[in-house]
Design a protein around this ligand. Structure first.
Ligand code: SF4
Length: 231
């Protein structure tokens, strides 16, 4: 077979795959995406370093408007100085500010960190809550952080609607909205509950490595055959 014929065959195969993909339900696309990313990224790990539920909560709060890499540079100093929830509850906000300065929004974040510790002690018996309703009562804790804690700490079905997941879900045709709450709700319907948390971690890895916001590398993507982006 000559090169031209081979290329033509490849194009025909791609077109046939796309036609099949267009007939898929969103649930089928979601399941395909779960399986494809599971193979590609067997380890679905959170890229924030933390050694207790409380530290993960703090690291996640710090990661708002900041890269995980930057947070991972700052947290060893913070976690090295403050060990227990009681330590954080009694901390001087200015000292926390100095340590986390490079994470941005340091005034609000440091106030939240001390406030979170105080509220966990006063309202939740010193234990990081295990449900979204209680977690979102903590200062500065939104649904994204709450879902991460529910999923990673308590092993509950969770959808962490971060920027990578929102972008990829839209491109795959699973959702048609940038609203994190709507994406979370839609994906909770589409993803197998036991897979949803890991899928979100894998979507972050895939967003960084392949599905770039400006220039997605679709030709290298394991979801190209059923992704709606180039249809
Ligand atoms: S095919 Fe392209 S747009 Fe679709 S998920 Fe892959 S990289 Fe992103």
């Amino acid at each position: 077979m000559d090169v031209m014929t081979k290329e033509k065959d490849k194009d025909l195969k791609k077109t046939a795959e796309k036609e099949t993909a267009l007939k898929m339900t969103k649930k089928e696309v979601a399941l395909n995406a779960v399986n494809a990313l599971k193979k590609e990224y067997p380890e679905a790990i959170c890229s924030l370093n933390a050694y207790s539920p409380f530290e993960l909560l703090i690291a996640t709060r710090l990661s708002a408007q900041c890269t995980d890499a930057r947070v991972n540079i700052v947290t060893p100093v913070l976690f090295g100085k403050y060990k227990t929830i009681e330590d954080y509850a009694a901390a001087d906000v200015r000292d926390i500010s100095d340590i986390i300065h490079s994470c941005g929004f340091f005034r609000q974040k440091s106030k939240d960190i001390v406030g979170i510790a105080q509220m966990i002690l006063s309202d939740f018996g010193g234990k990081v809550p295990d449900n979204i309703e209680d977690l979102t009562k903590l200062p500065g804790v939104g649904r994204k952080t709450a879902n991460l804690i529910c999923g990673d700490v308590y092993g509950k079905p969770a959808v962490v609607a971060d920027t990578h997941l929102i972008r990829i879900s839209n491109r795959l045709g699973l959702v048609d909205t940038k609203d994190p709450y709507k994406v979370e709700m839609a994906l909770k319907e589409l993803l197998p509950p036991e897979e949803s948390n890991d899928f979100c971690h894998r979507a972050v890895l895939h967003g960084r490595a392949v599905c770039d916001s400006r220039k997605p590398k679709c030709e290298k993507c394991v979801m190209e055959s059923f992704c709606a982006y180039n249809s």
